[in-house]
Design a protein around this ligand. Structure first.
Ligand code: PDD
Length: 292
């Protein structure tokens, strides 16, 4: 574990030691959660899908009417610099943009300078410990806002969901819509394997378009696995596996939901296959192999 005293963050036009990295108490991110963010993985200097992450940041900014704080190319350069200034080989780079600082008022001032923060943390290799058993999930009624496609920093519902999961000895909480369809996790997307088909909720306002979700769909299709983006439920006949995906997890089998076994209650064939395909891509990145 690296000391935080050796870490460097980018805050509003400059790099500073992490302990000195501050934003104003009237930053609208602090006052209103008025901001958006991204989490990008970097393996030995090679980014996993940096462009799709930056494009999603742009879409999130556009959706809430916050100007992108820097031109795309400059942002990309700052991400590279932030990675280079920190001591990790494999890293998670957080990019956070808020509307900026103003006296507290719900109404947005017209001339505001967005706050840009970039921090870097170690990215542990997706753990194989959990792989022996898979992870445990719980389901909760979705209490989030109606724009989950925006990667907003307003994550209170997700924090509460994760807390509830931890309290019940589970790893992740998954949100259900009013009809009981499974949407996504607090910080992950979710797939089911139903009659051998990989199924996941379609992209709409109820789910974040995960970059790893896209990667998993692509990997499955390349391997000749049928993929369906449709609403699904946990009690569907023929459901044999569930998997979750995110930048920090790649793909991880979910073997229990609300304390009941999913399928046979062990990591399944499809989950293990997709995970192996995704980890191969990460190994290629580490080794400097250009992806196709
Ligand atoms: N979370 N859905 C939600 C609600 C998320 O917060 C995330 C990511 C995902 C997966 O997206 P991606 O594959 O692009 O990482 C899906 C990040 C990792 C986080 O908040 O830390």
């Amino acid at each position: 574990m690296k000391e935080t005293s050796s870490l460097t963050a980018y805050v509003n036009n400059g790099f500073v030691p992490l302990e000195k990295a501050m934003v104003h108490i009237e930053d609208r991110g602090f006052q209103f959660a008025d901001g958006v963010y991204e989490v990008v993985a970097c393996f030995g200097g090679a980014y996993l899908d940096l462009q799709p992450h930056l494009q999603r940041l742009q879409r999130s900014c556009d959706a809430v009417n916050i100007p992108l704080p820097k031109p795309m190319s400059e942002l990309e350069d700052l991400v590279q610099q932030a990675y280079a200034k920190n001591p990790f080989k494999d890293a998670m780079v957080y990019i956070q943009v808020t509307r900026g600082v103003a006296a507290r008022s719900h109404v947005v001032q017209t001339t505001m300078t967005p706050t840009l923060v970039i921090t870097v943390r170690n990215l542990p290799k997706p753990s194989d410990d959990k792989l022996k058993t898979g992870v445990k999930g719980i389901t909760l009624q979705d209490i989030r806002w109606k724009h989950c496609e925006i990667k907003s920093i307003a994550l209170l519902a997700s924090v509460m969901g994760k807390q509830e999961a931890a309290k019940r000895g589970a790893d992740e909480a998954f949100w259900l819509d009013e009809q009981g369809h499974v949407l996504e996790g607090c910080a992950t997307n979710i797939f089911a394997v139903i009659d051998g088909v990989l199924v996941t909720h379609p992209l709409d306002h109820q789910v974040l378009g995960g970059i790893t979700r896209d990667m998993a769909i692509q990997a499955a299709q390349n391997a000749g696995i049928e993929v369906q983006e449709r609403a699904w439920k946990l009690d569907e006949l023929g459901l044999t596996e569930c998997l979750m995906s995110s930048t920090t997890n790649a793909v991880m089998p979910i073997t229990a939901m609300n304390d009941a076994a999913v399928g046979r209650g062990i990591p399944g064939e499809m989950g293990l296959k997709l995970r192996a395909l995704m980890l191969l891509k990460l190994d290629d990145l580490r080794a400097g192999v250009k992806s196709s």
